[in-house]
Design a binder for this molecule. Sequence first.
Ligand SMILES: *Cc1c(COP(=O)(O)O)cnc(C)c1O
Length: 424
Amino acid sequence: MTPEEIVAVDRAHVWHPYAPMPARSDPYVVESAAGVRLRLADGRELVDGMSSWWAAIHGYRHPVLDAAVTDQLGRMSHVMFGGLTHGPAVELARSLVEITPPGLEHVFLCDSGSVGVEVAVKMALQYQRGRGRPERHRLATWRGGYHGDTFHPMSVCDPVGGMHALWTGVLPRQIFADLPPSGFDAPVDEAYAASLVDAVERHAHELAAVIVEPVVQGAGGMRFHNPAYLRLLREVTAAHDIVLIFDEIATGFGRTGALFAAGHAGVTPDVMCLGKALTGGYLSLAATLCTPAVAAGISATGVLAHGPTFMGNPVACAVANASIGLLKAGNWPGEVSRVRAGLSAGLAPLRGAPGVADVRVLGAIGVVQLDHDVDMAAATAAAVAHGVWLRPFRDLIYTMPPYVTDDEDLARICTAIAAAAAAG
Ligand SMILES: *Cc1c(COP(=O)(O)O)cnc(C)c1O
């Protein structure tokens, strides 16, 4: 198909994320990608400021990741996981247990982040049933979160940003604490801390789990908070035997400057969800880890009642192993802090610029918040004109580039963000 045909057929038949049908604007056609660049069908090259939504941390067509996929294809691309097992899945489980916070020992492999969160919720519900408390089936979280697009994850997304009004009477009604106060380095707000603990304690008798994104709330608003609030949640949930779930699907694998964001707080949750960068952005794969205590509670009810057709897909596991291998062999902390320095320097001039409400950087994440909703088409076009791919939403223009993005390309991304902010 020619690029024009691709766009025409796309427009007639293909849904895109969060889009109406037909779509309001035409997508850009990507022909290939290598390193940190997407190559469009018209020959233009764009530095990818999005890592394909947090995932492509090593960039595209990485020779080690390509080889892992090709090697595995030469053995088998898939076999069922019921009654069968294989090296790639077992090796992945072992290394996830090794690199995640101590205490997480058991690994459930599934297809996507949203399903991984469903599995985490199911684990918590079954755990409480196993402990003889079926009445504990609600979830608590704080506002501003994002946990995926299937129904239980949607029920703990921010009620406004997650469009709960559309789902009145459909979504399970969960407990929402206020937004955590902004700022990784901001001092702990004692009044907020007390209200957070109180919200959990008041509902302890009906709560199966507390679920949050640690340190960085991603698609719910790109907000950062003090890790001390996570320690508080750890204490109060432990005191009431409530399962603490950390959704590290966006924050995992170094993005925030710690290998896992839980590390900033020095706590181990009872359940942890991983996805996105797990395969270095090559294939869809997620993992939900839990402690032996959670596993024992679940097993008291019989079995963990989940088993996707493509569970433990060998190709996805093989490339995940290769991606983790690259992290272990390389210097990701150095790369992430270099990206942080580049984004901090490049975005600093936007502080106080017309229309800009806030500029914040943490790890390899840079955020420019406007004082108005961004004109997505105009902002995207302005970034593309500067040779950069960005995907702004709401009042946010942000970047989480591949860790291998060099200083020149980081500067280019910052210039494009400034242009997008001015245009949108
Ligand atoms: C992206 C994301 C999800 C959902 O993952 P999918 O693979 O898109 O289903 C869940 N939680 C967080 C924090 C995410 O960033």
